[in-house]
Ligand binder design. Structure first.
Ligand code: MIC
Ligand code: SF4
Length: 651
């Protein structure tokens, strides 16, 4: 039986566990990436493990999220990461060099390699034929130390692309369509593998837009074959040496197949407040007053849509036009390379002339670092997430669209189908890109590493206290939330809170504040408590702070209908028990304030037969599932991955 493309790479990297569906496999990791918002904590953890030099082929630390320096905190974190990188053999991409996923694709990604990154959009690398997976910072720290990264052998979904995109229809519309078919939880436990004749019609940046937003499907990762298009991309970057052809065997067996006809797609948008709430532009306008949805803001950029090709499309649409007087247009090119090339070829001038506000090459508005919309504002964004409040304005309405829709709408002042602009401009991509890695600082040589001093600012605090899993647990339900709770609900980001990423006691004061402002003080006062939630709990980002803040606040267990992959792993890594209702109806029987008890917890975890939770207030019991591999059990029993790793290193 042949192998799928993903299976080929997974198999070549499996160093632990049997290569069987549903089992846990440990993967050798070739490359890692971190960004600054998760990186400070990841490097605090790396340091706590006491490992010297990284043991990967390539590890890169990017500064791209917390670039608004409205106090000393972010600058101190940047300096800390720079010094750790220099000391431990990690390449350091300086602030201004661009968004981690865009830069990694341009300068480091390679077909057939494995990459894990402390950011959920790491699967962007799948656009170039890598197995690239988002993970918590602690998992990345372990991989940097040479440890395997563990995943459940996923189901493999073949998405067969037929036909060819029509003019003005974009890669963004492909992934929006898939989100409308599969939903934000449809990809959990799956790898999405693209195949079919439509693949060769898509460039690497287009493929990367699609694999990037595979994160929104909840998928473990997404991957495209490595072909002539991949070679052309690598050649343009002067990196053709790392190209290898890669595709599935003709007799590969898939768990599911979805057929998507590219020719049948039309411009679409994900409506507030979920990436899978997808409608066509014409449907949305038809529902709006006067048949046109007026807009207040347009933001173009993010790791999803900030390539040179995206920027050139935008420039062509804006050429000779002016941004509508009621609209604020912000453009953030994805990397220094993209921005320099735009400056050289005149696209930057065109965009400026049209009235755009050009921002630095960073995440910026995508993570609420500035550009929050006006009250109740309608913002069109080429980004990947439109969760409530993420933009920094709680009552804003964010629509996710392609660069084509974004630019056309910025000029029109309302949500505009770009097909109304007539012929699509034709332009050619340069064969060679401007390569200048002067903003990527190499690490010190192993000889000099010893004398590199780690520079720590006063905002950098230690990892929260952990303890081995208790024998018996008796705790109050401190919070009950509904379905699809995102990590942006659990641990909000934005310009005010992000500077606290290396200070768990302070950042914890904002935990769950979107749902219930009194939660942090209540949980802290209780000392230990349990959170109850619905399905797809913890979807979205990889931020382990959504587990570390609850850990600090004394949350011992989270009982939900189902979990998102990375967040569940982050809870285990933090030593917090992730339980799932065996019977979802039991969710309705628990209320905030109920006293819950679990007896013989360690034995129940070891026995692997589920965990019984007694609701002492209601005088009832319910059963929960907690499927764990042997390794995961040991991690939980130890009190988390940090303690587990330290204990194993001692051995
Ligand atoms: C995001 O897009 O939500 C982030 C910010 O990039 C996160 C990481 C973080 O919270 O620092 C992610 O996607 O993992
Ligand atoms: Fe940055 Fe936004 Fe991409 Fe996250 S989704 S890495 S915040 S650009």
């Amino acid at each position: 039986m042949g192998l799928t493309l993903a299976e080929k790479i997974l198999k070549a990297h499996t160093v632990d566990g049997a290569f069987v569906k549903g089992g846990e496999i440990g993967l050798k990791i070739d490359q890692t990436l971190t960004q600054d918002a998760t990186g400070t904590m990841a490097y605090i953890e790396f340091e706590a493990m006491g490992i010297g030099q990284v043991r990967t082929e390539r590890s890169v630390a990017y500064i791209d999220h917390n670039t608004l320096q409205s106090g000393f905190e972010n600058a101190d974190d940047h300096r800390f990461i720079a010094s750790v990188a220099k000391k431990h053999g990690i390449y350091f991409s300086r602030p201004g060099n661009g968004i981690c996923h865009q830069v990694h694709l341009e300068r480091f990604g390679a077909p057939g390699k494995t990459l894990i990154g402390s950011d959920s959009h790491t699967p962007t690398g799948g656009g170039i034929g890598m197995i690239a997976i988002g993970a918590g910072g602690l998992d990345v720290a372990v991989a940097m130390g040479g440890g395997a990264y563990y995943i459940t052998y996923p189901k493999i979904v073949r998405v067969t692309l037929t036909g060819k995109l029509s003019p003005w229809v974009a890669a963004k519309d492909v992934i929006l369509k898939l989100l409308s078919v599969m939903s934000v939880k449809g990809g959990v436990g799956k790898i999405i593998e693209y195949a079919g004749e439509g693949v060769s019609t898509l460039s690497v940046p287009e493929r990367a837009t699609i694999t990037n937003m595979g994160a929104e499907l909840g998928a473990t990762t997404s991957i495209f074959p490595s072909d002539e298009k991949t070679l052309a991309f690598l050649k343009a970057q002067g990196r053709e040496d790392c190209w290898i052809p890669l595709s599935a065997d003709p007799d590969a067996v898939y768990d599911e197949e979805i057929i998507l006809d590219l020719s049948a797609l039309e411009p679409m948008a994900a409506c507030p407040h979920s990436p899978d709430n997808v409608k066509t532009i014409s449907e949305i306008n038809a529902e709006a007053e006067g048949g046109k949805m007026k807009i207040d803001q347009v933001c173009i950029g993010s790791c999803t849509n900030s390539s040179l090709a995206d920027m050139l499309k935008v420039a062509h649409i804006l050429k000779g036009r002016t941004v509508h007087p009621d609209v604020s247009l912000a453009v953030s090119p994805g990397s220094k390379q993209v921005l320099s090339m735009m400056a050289e070829n005149g696209a930057l001038g065109t965009i400026l002339e049209a009235g755009a506000r050009v921002l630095e090459s960073a995440c910026g508005p995508c993570i609420g670092m500035g550009q929050s919309p006006n009250s109740g504002g309608i913002s069109l964004r080429t980004f990947n997430r439109n969760f409530e409040g993420r933009s920094g304005t709680r009552d804003a309405k964010v629509y996710l669209v392609s660069p084509e829709v974004a630019a056309a709408s910025a000029v029109a002042g309302y949500l505009c189908d770009p097909r109304t602009l007539g012929e699509m401009p034709i332009f050619f991509m340069p064969e060679k890109f401007a390569v200048n890695d002067n903003m990527i600082a190499p690490p010190a040589s192993p000889k000099e590493a010893g004398s590199v001093e780690i520079l720590r600012g006063p905002n950098i605090k230690e990892y929260p206290k952990t303890a081995p899993l208790a024998e018996n647990l008796r705790a109050e339900c401190s919070l009950k939330v509904g379905d699809n709770i995102t990590t942006d609900h659990i641990m909000p980001a934005g310009a005010k809170i992000l500077p606290l990423r290396s200070n768990i006691p302070e950042i914890s004061k904002h935990c769950f504040e979107v749902c219930d402002e009194s939660f942090p003080s209540r949980a802290l006062a209780l000392g230990s408590s349990i959170v109850v939630g619905g399905s797809n709990y913890g979807q979205g980002s990889s931020r382990e702070h959504a587990a570390l803040a609850p850990l600090y606040l004394g949350v011992k267990a989270v009982v939900v209908k189902s979990f998102a992959r990375i967040h569940r792993q982050n809870l285990i890594n933090a030593g917090i028990l992730p339980l799932e209702f065996e019977n979802e109806a039991d969710y309705d029987t628990v209320e905030r304030g109920d006293i819950l008890a679990i007896e013989d917890l360690r034995d129940q975890i070891t026995a692997d037969e589920g965990v019984v939770v007694k609701n002492l207030t209601k005088g009832k019991s319910f059963r929960t599932k907690c499927p764990l591999s042997g390794r995961m059990k040991d991690i939980l029993l130890c009190g988390g991955l940090l303690d587990y790793t330290k204990a194993n290193l001692k051995k």
